[in-house]
Design a protein around this ligand. Structure first.
Ligand code: BG6
Length: 488
């Protein structure tokens, strides 16, 4: 199947950090369909050769086995072409059209890896130039808007040009193998399903902790913050994967219908839950493994006195029969003590203990996303120690599955998987407009509360870089008698 992949933002960060390395890996593994061409689009005046050299120099600094050899890159670079475009200039879209029509590929993917402010213009211009044919697919990178109204406006502009089945909204967390495995664990095995409910589950934790700060994206991040950057999309998509009902089949809309139901059942916010159930934080200077790092307020591009949050912890629930009363905790932040992402399903303790176990000890299933992905089931076993039998004490043990060890080199990275799915037209791992809108609707009261707090001079809570966030995050779970897992 021949394809043209047009990469708007072709010289930008996302293109050379994630997309081109992923395309290179797909090509190297032989999974990129033959007959492909990648057209980088940007404003700079570059020739094809300049573009290849630029991308070559970026990929040459990729670490480890993912770095192409010079010979490999030369062969891969034959797929790369460049088109100079000003995205607001209709004539430039005609030039692109000529280029695409000259080749007549069966599938044309328009990947908008640009500043989100350009989505609407780009879609409208693509439509006006007659570039949106049934063979075209459009890929939109987050953030799609900064609130419900702006998200709706983008979705309306996109819908004016494309059918929903042509629209691929990326949430790269859905491409992570660990998220695929979460769904496989739930819906490919009968074992856990009877336990996956309020009667047996005490609480659920989703943690996405980063050690990185805002890097070179200070100006973007300062207008975004952790709630929009991580919670509205990645965290809620993970929550959907945990909480959704089994879909009737594995088709995109069957899965997306179930996720939408979860988003619509998230507990509505009240003044009390907003006051007690949400913590926002911002990092101050501190010590990380790599040395001393500066405070968020001193990062390049960050406005003086900024109240943008770099940390969020919250407690919510799902108002349906399966999950009523089970707290769902979400925590994410930059400059935390470790790079660590996991989901923990905390089961209820045995109803009547006959062994001596530590207070509150209970089984736990941990789905690890990062840094290594795997699944660990925390159980209790009889103490194998002389004298222990007499006291009937139990020891914690773990069943541990490391996916990297099990599947090793055959594994497909998140962007590689998502790009191949776009080219193949598989929508399962992409987010539908109504899901996105439901997620924005749910986070809006939090944004509103923070705006009001800002007006009263109550900014985010400070936390030292290298810590696990403000202590209020621990208080949030401690009220239910819980703690966050710091290592798993
Ligand atoms: C992106 C956010 O969506 O996800 C970044 O914009 C964040 O701020 C990144 O660092 C985290 O992704 P991952 O895959 O490294 O956990």
């Amino acid at each position: 199947m021949s394809f043209d992949l047009v990469l708007f933002g072709g010289t930008g960060d996302l293109a050379w950090r994630k997309l081109l390395p992923a395309l290179f890996q797909a090509w190297r593994h032989g999974s990129l369909p033959p007959g492909g061409r990648i057209v980088g689009v940007a404003r700079d005046a570059l020739t094809d050769a300049d573009y290849r050299a630029l991308i070559g120099s970026r990929l040459a600094v990729v670490e480890g086995e993912k770095r192409p050899s010079a010979q490999e890159f030369e062969r891969f670079a034959a797929l790369l072409e460049y088109q100079r475009m000003d995205l607001s200039a209709p004539a430039d879209y005609q030039l692109l059209k000529d280029k695409l029509e000259a080749r007549g590929a069966e599938t044309v993917v328009m990947y908008l890896a640009t500043a989100p402010g350009l989505f609407t213009t780009a879609c409208e211009q693509i439509g006006a130039a007659g570039l949106a044919t049934p063979a075209t697919r459009v890929v939109l990178e987050k953030p799609l808007g900064h609130d419900l109204a702006s998200n709706r406006a983008i979705n309306a502009a996109v819908r004016g040009v494309f059918d929903e089945r042509q629209v691929f909204r990326i949430d790269h967390y859905l491409g992570k193998p660990s998220v695929q495995n979460l769904l496989a664990l739930r819906f490919g095995n009968a074992l856990f399903e009877p336990l996956w409910r309020r009667e047996t589950v005490a609480s659920i934790e989703i943690t996405m902790a980063e050690q990185l700060g805002v890097e070179k994206r200070g100006a973007f991040y300062d207008g975004t913050g952790a709630l929009r950057d991580m919670v509205q999309n990645h965290a809620l998509q993970l929550l959907c994967a945990i909480a959704m009902e089994p879909p009737i089949n594995a088709h995109a809309d069957a899965i997306r219908d179930e996720k939408l139901k979860v988003l619509r059942s998230l507990s509505p916010w009240t003044p009390a839950t907003l006051a007690q159930g949400v913590v926002r934080g911002q990092y101050t200077a501190g010590q990380l493994a790599g040395g001393q790092v500066r405070a968020y307020g001193e990062e390049d591009g960050v406005a003086p006195g900024s109240t943008t949050e770099t940390f969020v912890a919250l407690r919510t629930g799902i108002a349906n029969w399966r999950w009523a009363g089970v707290p769902f905790y979400i925590r994410t932040g930059k400059r935390l003590a470790a790079r660590e992402a996991h989901i923990a399903i905390n089961f209820r303790p045995t109803p009547h203990p006959i062994y001596r176990t530590p207070l509150g000890a209970a089984n736990r299933l941990v789905i690890r996303l990062q840094p290594r992905d795997g699944v660990a089931l925390h159980l209790f076993a009889a103490q194998e120690k002389r004298g222990a039998a007499a006291v009937q004490a139990l020891a914690p043990v773990q069943l541990d599955l490391d996916f990297e060890q099990r599947f090793g080199a055959e594994r497909v990275g998140a962007y590689e998987r998502l790009l191949l799915d776009v080219i193949a037209g598989r929508l399962n791992l992409f987010v539908r407009a109504d899901e996105q809108e439901a997620a924005w609707r749910w986070v809006e009261p939090i944004m509103q509360t923070w705006r009001e707090q800002d007006e009263r001079g109550e900014g985010p809570r400070p936390y030292a870089a290298g810590s696990w966030g403000p202590s209020a995050a621990s208080t949030l779970v401690a009220r239910d008698g819980n703690t966050w897992i710091e290592e798993c």
